[in-house]
Design a protein. Structure first.
Length: 232
């Protein structure tokens, strides 16, 4: 499946680019009806490309960690980058973002991009399923010599029936499906794979219509926590 996804990414990306070129008027004026149909096609192409990228991310995290591929990364810097990328969505929905990190930087040895995918999926989900004027909180700290990351929101929550299945591939909770939010059902499985790749643990607590809390613990002996300045 990973090979198929890899082979499909380039042509799907090309199709998306062509559709955007037509919609932006570079090939001439189009009618309102043509614009409507092309916009639908672009939206479906975008969804398909998201699925392909998620499948590739899922497959990448099946491989074991190789020491030579690890590099030191500041968790706060990664978090700041992800929040910057999500800035437009946060502003559109007027969502309050609360961040708590230690004054001393926490440096984690990771395969480049793993922590960015982790934060993007967790915080992105929180923003997606939190109503306008809601709140999303991210806390990073040290607990019993391990890194503890907590992402919470005031969103739609997850029912007790759905909660045991949230880390299953392609699974989407009933209330999430009813909202018809775009998604592949692979975001949380990717997060879980990343966490387990570093011998970490992830847990979730939730209550419908009140919100959700994800807690991640990374052990010190696996990821080599060390305060200091990140690489240039």
């Amino acid at each position: 499946m990973m090979m198929v996804a890899h082979e499909m990414r380039a042509p799907v990306t090309a199709i998306q680019g062509i559709l955007r070129t037509i919609l932006d008027g570079y090939l001439g004026e189009i009618s309102p009806r043509q614009k409507e149909l092309l916009s639908r096609a672009e939206l479906r192409t975008h969804s398909f490309l998201s699925l392909i990228n998620d499948l590739l991310d899922l497959g990448a995290n099946e491989t074991e960690l190789v020491e030579s591929k690890l590099s030191p990364t500041s968790l706060k810097d990664v978090l700041d980058k992800v929040l910057g990328l999500l800035g437009v969505k946060l502003k559109e929905k007027n969502i309050e973002i609360e961040v708590e990190t230690p004054e001393t930087p926490l440096i984690i040895s990771e395969v480049e991009g793993d922590m960015e995918k982790l934060f993007t999926n967790l915080i992105g989900n929180a923003v997606k399923y939190t109503a306008s004027n809601g709140k999303v909180s991210v806390r990073i700290g040290i607990e019993d010599k391990s890194i503890k990351i907590v992402v919470s929101d005031t969103g739609i929550g997850i029912s007790s029936e759905d909660l045991p299945h949230v880390f299953e591939e392609f699974y989407r909770a009933k209330n999430a499906r009813m909202l018809e939010r775009e998604g592949t059902g692979l975001g949380l499985p990717i997060v879980k794979r990343i966490v387990e790749r570093y011998d970490g643990k992830i847990s979730v607590e939730s209550e419908p219509n009140k919100g959700t809390i994800f807690t991640i613990i990374f052990p010190e002996n696996k990821i080599k926590i060390s305060p200091g300045n990140k690489r240039k």
